[in-house]
Ligand binder design. Structure first.
Ligand SMILES: *[C@@H]1O[C@H](CO)[C@@H](O)[C@H](O)[C@H]1NC(C)=O
Ligand SMILES: *[C@@H]1O[C@H](CO)[C@@H](O)[C@H](O)[C@H]1NC(C)=O
Ligand SMILES: *[C@@H]1O[C@H](CO)[C@@H](O)[C@H](O)[C@H]1NC(C)=O
Ligand SMILES: *[C@@H]1O[C@H](CO)[C@@H](O)[C@H](O)[C@H]1NC(C)=O
Ligand SMILES: *[C@@H]1O[C@H](CO)[C@@H](O)[C@H](O)[C@H]1NC(C)=O
Length: 409
C-alpha cells in the first residue's frame, strides 16, 4: 500500500523514495516489492574537527534539505568520525554541541557559532548533543523523503584526505584502531535503527597507503583489506541486518577491480558472497576526481576497468557482480568547470551506467578546516552562507538535469 501511495504522487522525489529494507540482486539494489533503488545526491560532512554536521550556523536543517529536494535529489551521504563514538562510549555520554564548538573554535568563536546554530535551528534544545544533531538531520530526511547513507569518513576527526599522512589512511595506522572502528560501526548501525531514512552504511572512506613515517608495519594488500572489511561488515550486519553495506576500494577508493575480477596480479582474495551472512547486502563504492584526463572515451574505459565492470555481465574476467555507487565526485563550482571535460564526461557516463552518485560537496563552508575557521568551500553546491547556489548555472544546467536523468524523469 505504502509503495502504491508513493508512486501515485506526482513529484519525482516520491518516485524515488521506496520503502526499505533493500538487498542486492545482481547489479541492482532492490526492496521486497522489487523497486530498484537509484541514488542521486550529495555529501554532507559531519566528520570535521567539531564533529557537528556542517553549516547549521547559516541555515536550518529543513532549509538545506529543501534545497536538495528542489533539484530532485534523494540521498545525502552523511559523514562521521569514529572519534565521536569513542568519546560517547568512553566518556559515558556525548558532548553537547556548545562544548563541542568551544573545545575546537575557542571560547569566543565557539560560543558565537553555537548561538548562531541555535538561532537558525530553534527546535534544538540548548543541551543538544552532536549525535542528536545527526538524529535531527535523519528525521528531517525521513520527513522530506531523502535517504541517509552513513559514511565512516575518518577515525580522528578532521579534514580528509589530501594526503596519506593524516594517520587515518589504513587499518592499524596511527589513529586507525581497528577494534574501535568495528565498535563504532556497530554503534552507529544500532543507533541508526531509529532513523527511518537510513538505508545503507559504508565501512570506510578512501583507504590508502600511509606515508612511510606513519606506517606501523600493517601490510597494504587485498588480504588485509578483505579480513578487515568483512569483519567491519559483520559488525554492521549484526547490529542492524537491514542495511546495505558499502565497500570501498584501495588507492583513495579508485581501485576496485581486485574485488570482482581475478585478471589482476596481486589479487589474493576470493570474494565469495555466498559465504557471507550479508552476501546480499554488499554494494561497491568508487570515487573519481579530475586527474587531467580530458579524453572521455579513455576516461570511461579506465573507470570501467577499475570499477564499473563490477556491474557485469559476468565473464571470465568478472567473477562476481555487484551494485556500484559513485559516492564522491566533484569540482569547483564555477561555470567553466561544469562544462569542462571531467564534469561533462561523468554527467553523461553515470546515468548511462544506471548507477547512483553523491557529489562532493553540499556546503559552502566548514566550521573549521585544516585549522582555518569558517573555511570557504569553493566546491560547495551552496554559497558560503548556505543560502543560494554558489554557481546557479552549474546547478540548473548541469546537476539538476543529471539528477533527472539518473532517476529516470
Ligand atoms: C536538555 O534540555 C531539555 C530542555 O531544554 C531538558 O528537558 C532535558 O532534561 C535536558 N537534558 C539534559 C541531559 O540535561
Ligand atoms: C586488519 O589489519 C591489520 C593491520 O592493521 C592486520 O594486522 C590484520 O591482520 C587485519 N585483519 C584481518 C582479519 O585480516
Ligand atoms: C580518445 O581516446 C580514444 C581511445 O583511446 C582514441 O581512439 C581517440 O582518438 C581519442 N580522442 C582524441 C581526441 O584524442
Ligand atoms: C574567530 O572569528 C573571527 C571572525 O568572526 C576570525 O577573524 C578569527 O580569526 C577567529 N579566530 C580564530 C582563532 O580562528
Ligand atoms: C525533469 O524532468 C521533468 C519531466 O520530464 C521535466 O518536466 C523537468 O523540467 C526536468 N527538470 C530538469 C531540471 O531537467
Amino acid at each position: 500500500l505504502l509503495s502504491s501511495l508513493l508512486c501515485a504522487l506526482p513529484s519525482y522525489a516520491a518516485d524515488h523514495f521506496f520503502p526499505g529494507p533493500f538487498s542486492t540482486d545482481g547489479r541492482w539494489m532492490v526492496n521486497e516489492a522489487g523497486n530498484k533503488l537509484t541514488l542521486a545526491g550529495v555529501n554532507w560532512p559531519g566528520h570535521g574537527d567539531t564533529m557537528v554536521p556542517e553549516g547549521l550556523q547559516y541555515a536550518s536543517i529543513a532549509d538545506t534539505i529543501d534545497k536538495l529536494k528542489s533539484i530532485g535529489m534523494n540521498v545525502i551521504r552523511l559523514t562521521w568520525a569514529v572519534q565521536m563514538v569513542d568519546e560517547i562510549i568512553d566518556n559515558g555520554g556525548d558532548k553537547d554541541i556548545k562544548t563541542a564548538f568551544v573545545d575546537v573554535l575557542g571560547q569566543t568563536n565557539g560560543t558565537a557559532v553555537w548561538q548562531a546554530v541555535m538561532k537558525q535551528n530553534p527546535s534544538f534544545s540548548p543541551n543538544i548533543t552532536r549525535l542528536q544533531v545527526f538524529d535531527a538531520i535523519a528525521a528531517e530526511c525521513a520527513k522530506q523523503q531523502i535517504y541517509v547513507h552513513l559514511d565512516n569518513h575518518v577515525s580522528k576527526a578532521g579534514w580528509c584526505c589530501d594526503d596519506d599522512d593524516d594517520g587515518n589512511a589504513w587499518f592499524g595506522d596511527e589513529h586507525f584502531d581497528t577494534t574501535k572502528w568495528k565498535r563504532a560501526l556497530g554503534y552507529m548501525a544500532r543507533h541508526g535503527k531509529s532513523w527511518p531514512s537510513l538505508m545503507s552504511m559504508a565501512l570506510r572512506n578512501e583507504l590508502r597507503e600511509p606515508s612511510f613515517n606513519r606506517r606501523k608495519g600493517a601490510a597494504v594488500n587485498w588480504n588485509t583489506w578483505y579480513g578487515n572489511m568483512t569483519a567491519g561488515a559483520d559488525a554492521i550486519h549484526k547490529a542492524n541486518p537491514d542495511l546495505l553495506i558499502f565497500f570501498s576500494g584501495l588507492g583513495f577508493d579508485s581501485q576496485l577491480r581486485q574485488i570482482f575480477s581475478d585478471d589482476v596480479s596481486g589479487r589474493d582474495i576470493d570474494f565469495d558472497k555466498s559465504k557471507l551472512a550479508y552476501g546480499n547486502k554488499i554494494v561497491l563504492e568508487v570515487h573519481d576526481y579530475d586527474m587531467g584526463e580530458s579524453n572521455c572515451t579513455r576516461k570511461e574505459a579506465k573507470l570501467t576497468q577499475n570499477a564499473f565492470a563490477a556491474l557485469g555481465p559476468k565473464s571470465p574476467q568478472v567473477k562476481t557482480v555487484f551494485p556500484l555507487v559513485m559516492s564522491e565526485w566533484g569540482f569547483a563550482q564555477q561555470a567553466d568547470q561544469y562544462q569542462a571535460p571531467f564534469a561533462s564526461c561523468l554527467r553523461n557516463f553515470l546515468p548511462k551506467q544506471q548507477v547512483g552518485w553523491m557529489t562532493w560537496v553540499l556546503g559552502g563552508s566548514y566550521y573549521i578546516r585544516s585549522g582555518v575557521q569558517d573555511y570557504d568551500e569553493t566546491w560547495g553546491l551552496l554559497d558560503h552562507t548556505w543560502t543560494s547556489w554558489r554557481c546557479p548555472e552549474c546547478i540548473l544546467k548541469g546537476l539538476a538535469p543529471m539528477v533527472n536523468v539518473t532517476l529516470g524523469n
